[in-house]
Write a protein that binds this ligand. Structure first.
Ligand code: HEC
Ligand code: HEC
Ligand code: HEC
Ligand code: HEC
Ligand code: HEC
Ligand code: HEC
Length: 331
């Protein structure tokens, strides 16, 4: 996949760090542009200059003669996905230094790309220590970085995605890109002590009924990471060992489903207070046996049963009284 290639390219160069030509952006704005229409238009125009060459289209109809199309094929992006992404309002040249301004690019331009921690220092500090404790750090260490999972041209933050299914698709896509691909797995696998082949994901999780359905409705990280206790970083980045992974069904399939604190965290925070629904976010989305319940429906059911019993008692009582009255009259 071309886009994946370009991400790997970014990963490869981002570890080399920052040189003088790319300065860390202002610490308050972190390179984010104001959202007034004039600035937005200006940023789009700047980015359009890069996009003119960095899309599939340019491979077919190169805008300039003599370009290295093989290397360009590893540095493509999708402008629509980018504009929607969490970095979509920003200028390409904020991330990629001056060396990329003109073509041919500077030979050293690749060194000037900004690493994630240049702008996300606070989050990266916390996240890095979690990654260091992850399964991937053990044998893969420096070959595994932020961009092994994150595609800064595409990713959208869960909070901004309307639908939990989209979040699941995006986040599981990160894991499955390697765990469902012998090719990608082997790229990293070569450094492992004994040459390990990729275990098949559905076979490993055989004990889970209908795995494919689960992969569409919950994230790998729901079972493979501890819940995040941090107020602004919704995801703990420590991928636990297989032995520590969650296999208890009731963690999700119960009234206090952990999904409320994880996958549905944003929806739950938004809806719980407004609507008074319990697990309403989950309810709207999936049928999670045991978890999808509603307090009002529960109460309504209790009331209906109560009323029915009361009606029966009343009916029974009246009949007894009626019978007694008739008996008196008769005697
Ligand atoms: C005229 C076409 C053209 C324009 C305009 C252009 N690029 Fe490139 N870019 C290329 C080609 C071709 C390559 C492949 C490597 C090479 O030939 O330098 C490339 C490579 C890259 C790479 C990957 C470098 C590597 O080492 O793999 C990045 C990042 C990049 N460009 C960013 C940008 C940015 C940011 C802009 C806009 C400011 C931009 N490019 C504008 C043609 C262009
Ligand atoms: C040039 C500075 C810069 C760099 C480099 C950068 N980001 Fe960002 N990032 C931002 C800005 C600005 C935002 C928007 C922040 C906001 O809306 O609060 C953002 C948003 C995000 C978000 C959404 C966070 C949220 O709470 O809205 C994530 C996740 C993210 N970036 C991850 C990354 C990763 C991973 C990398 C490295 C591949 C990276 N970023 C590199 C500046 C940067
Ligand atoms: C093993 C894969 C993986 C690696 C490696 C990784 N991340 Fe993440 N990251 C994720 C997933 C999955 C999410 C969840 C996305 C979401 O829900 O928005 C996430 C979320 C985030 C968020 C958003 C948290 C929030 O909810 O606001 C930030 C910021 C972030 N990552 C930064 C980083 C940085 C910086 C690095 C490198 C130090 C990194 N990540 C490495 C998988 C990874
Ligand atoms: C860049 C490729 C890549 C990505 C992305 C990736 N992994 Fe892995 N993962 C590997 C490789 C390679 C191994 C084997 C490492 C080893 O055996 O030491 C592995 C091992 C594991 C293990 C097994 C640990 C054990 O006990 O044997 C788990 C669990 C795991 N990954 C979960 C995840 C999850 C969850 C995600 C997504 C958040 C993810 N991985 C993303 C490549 C990747
Ligand atoms: C319902 C919880 C759950 C979900 C969701 C889940 N896993 Fe697992 N996973 C586990 C458990 C429990 C184990 C340990 C299984 C065992 O040891 O038999 C495991 C084992 C693994 C292993 C270890 C394989 C080895 O080397 O033994 C990998 C890799 C893995 N999972 C990746 C993933 C990926 C990728 C996803 C998302 C597509 C995912 N898991 C989703 C619970 C889950
Ligand atoms: C990480 C949370 C989580 C865990 C752990 C989990 N499930 Fe689920 N499960 C879900 C969700 C969410 C759905 C809803 C799927 C949908 O609506 O498509 C589901 C659906 C199901 C279904 C219905 C599938 C179908 O074909 O209709 C069954 C059966 C099920 N789970 C059984 C289990 C069993 C048994 C376990 C323990 C071995 C388990 N689940 C563990 C989240 C989980």
């Amino acid at each position: 996949m071309r886009l994946a290639g370009s991400v790997a390219g970014v990963a490869a160069i981002s570890v080399t760090g920052v040189t003088a030509s790319a300065q860390a952006p202002d610490s308050t704005t972190r390179g984010a542009m104001p959202a007034d229409p004039a600035t937005v238009a200006m940023v789009r125009q700047w980015n359009g200059e890069c996009v003119a060459c960095h899309t599939e289209q340019a491979l077919l109809f190169p805008p300039k003669a003599g370009m290295d199309l093989d290397r360009l094929a590893d540095a493509l992006m999708d402008p629509f996905a980018f504009n929607q992404s969490q970095h979509g309002g920003m200028a390409c040249k904020t991330f990629h230094g001056k060396g990329f301004q003109d073509y041919p690019h500077d030979k050293q331009a690749g060194d000037a790309i900004l690493g994630c921690s240049e702008c996300h220092a606070k989050e990266a500090f916390r996240i890095q220590s979690q990654l260091d404790r992850s399964v991937h750090a053990r044998n893969l260490s420096d070959r595994f970085s932020c961009t092994s999972c994150h595609d800064p041209h595409v990713d959208r933050v869960a909070r901004d995605l309307a639908d939990a299914r989209q979040v699941v698709a995006q986040d599981n896509g990160k894991c499955l890109e390697c765990h469902n691909s012998d090719e990608r797995f082997a790229e990293l696998g070569v450094s492992l002590p004994e040459a390990r082949t990729r275990p098949d994901i559905d076979t490993i999780h055989e004990w889970l009924p209908n795995t494919q359905r689960h992969w569409q409705a919950v994230r790998c990280i729901e079972c493979h990471t501890p819940a995040s206790t941090h107020s602004t970083i919704a995801v703990n980045h420590q991928i636990l060992d297989a032995e520590q992974a969650e296999r208890n069904c009731t963690v999700c399939h119960s009234r206090d489903s952990s999904l409320n604190l994880r996958l549905y965290r944003w929806q739950t925070e938004r809806e719980a207070s407004e609507l008074g629904f319990l697990n309403s976010a989950i309810l709207g989305d999936s049928y999670v046996i045991g978890a999808t319940r509603n307090v009002y429906l529960d109460q309504l059911a209790y009331w209906l049963v109560g009323l029915l019993l009361a009606a029966l008692a009343l009916h029974g009582g009246l009949r007894i009284i009626g019978a007694l009255v008739r008996k008196r009259k008769g005697s």
